[in-house]
Design a protein around this ligand. Structure first.
Ligand SMILES: [Zn+2]
Length: 340
């Protein structure tokens, strides 16, 4: 198991005392952040890191190319730690760069849009595969609620969609164990599912961006990431609903947020498992998330194509989609019935 050692969630937690307690050696660090975050929180960053000397690198795109550019840019500067400050994309690059440099990473999320905050995975585009790569979990997570509450609305509530996905990802994992003899970790699976339940109980509050509810969402996203660290694979976090999402990333790039796509796709995959898909749909609705592909700006033809393509993206990762081998007409019929 590889897990973060320090997790601090709280109002104003991104501060000098906390950062100086985490990195006791006052060595030179590397800050990876995005242009908007630096503009908005430059003062907070400077103050939290006032005990350290550091270099700042700005990243724009969550691609391998961008991550490699950072590595080339920092070269032999010998930074002893990496701090990623930003949304999921920035944190994915920070985790990748820290992994390549063999340095500990501190994750400072500025939104609550996905479960990458504490997970040992990095999801970068432009590589060989459209899904995440196993790196190391961050050494620590400092989730400052007062910073996260300033994120655009869609970057807060969409994390709930990513968590809802665990309802079918853990079932896909169990199915792969039962039918293909794959390793299955009961505890990691329960933790991932419990994270989803924890956040789902606050769906309405998350929709109206209530402070306590957003805090629950953050705890759930972090503990789901920890479930991935316990499993040593993304199996508890990502199943058939994520395969559909990855296919949509390829077929309709830039359309909808990750968690929004996962949420709608879970309505479909939960139906395949005979689960209460209506309840999932109403939770999405309560949280102010899209409840259909159409609402995401994805037309029916593309949705059908994505669901057909999904199992081919990872033939080795057995899920309900691989088992059922659905035809286009069957998928169409189901999408009609689910009204998604
Ligand atoms: Zn996800």
């Amino acid at each position: 198991m590889e897990l973060p050692q320090i997790v601090i969630i709280g109002d104003g937690s991104f501060n000098r005392d906390n950062i100086s307690n985490i990195f006791k050696l006052k060595s030179r660090g590397l800050i990876i952040t995005g242009p908007h975050v630096l503009k908005k929180f430059g003062g907070e960053i400077e103050s939290a890191l006032s005990d350290f000397s550091y270099d700042t690198v700005i990243v724009n795109e969550p691609t391998y190319e961008e991550a490699e550019r950072v590595l080339a840019q920092v070269g032999a500067a010998n930074h002893l730690f990496v701090i990623g400050i930003g949304g999921g994309k920035t944190l994915d690059i920070a985790k990748y760069v820290g992994f390549k440099l063999g340095r500990p990473v501190l994750s400072v999320p500025t939104n609550a849009s996905n479960d990458g905050i504490a997970s040992p995975f990095s999801s970068l585009r432009g590589g060989k595969y459209p899904y995440s790569l196993k790196v190391k979990p961050p050494l620590g997570v400092v989730a400052d609620v007062s910073i996260i509450m300033q994120a655009p609305e869609g970057q807060i509530n969409s994390g709930l969609g990513d968590l809802i996905g665990k309802i079918t990802s853990v079932r896909d994992w169990h199915l792969a164990w039962k039918e293909k003899g794959e390793y299955y970790g009961g505890y990691a699976s329960k933790l991932a599912l419990e994270s989803a339940r924890h956040a789902l109980a606050s769906a309405e509050g998350i929709g109206s961006l209530k402070l306590d509810s957003v805090r629950n969402l953050l705890e759930a996203l972090i503990s789901a990431g920890v479930a991935g660290g316990i499993a040593g694979s993304s199996r508890p976090l990502s199943g058939s609903e994520h395969l559909i999402t990855h296919a949509l990333d390829v077929l309709a790039p830039g359309q909808g947020m990750h968690g929004e796509k996962v949420g709608v796709s879970t309505v479909f995959t939960s139906y395949l498992y005979g689960l209460n898909w209506g309840k999932i749909k109403s939770s999405l609705n309560k949280a102010g998330l899209p409840v259909s592909y159409k609402e995401l700006g994805i037309d029916r033809k593309t949705a059908v194509k994505a669901i057909t393509m999904a199992p081919t993206l990872r033939p080795e990762r057995y899920t309900i989609l691989h088992k059922m081998g659905l035809s286009e007409s069957k998928i169409n019929e189901m999408l009609d019935r689910l009204e998604i």
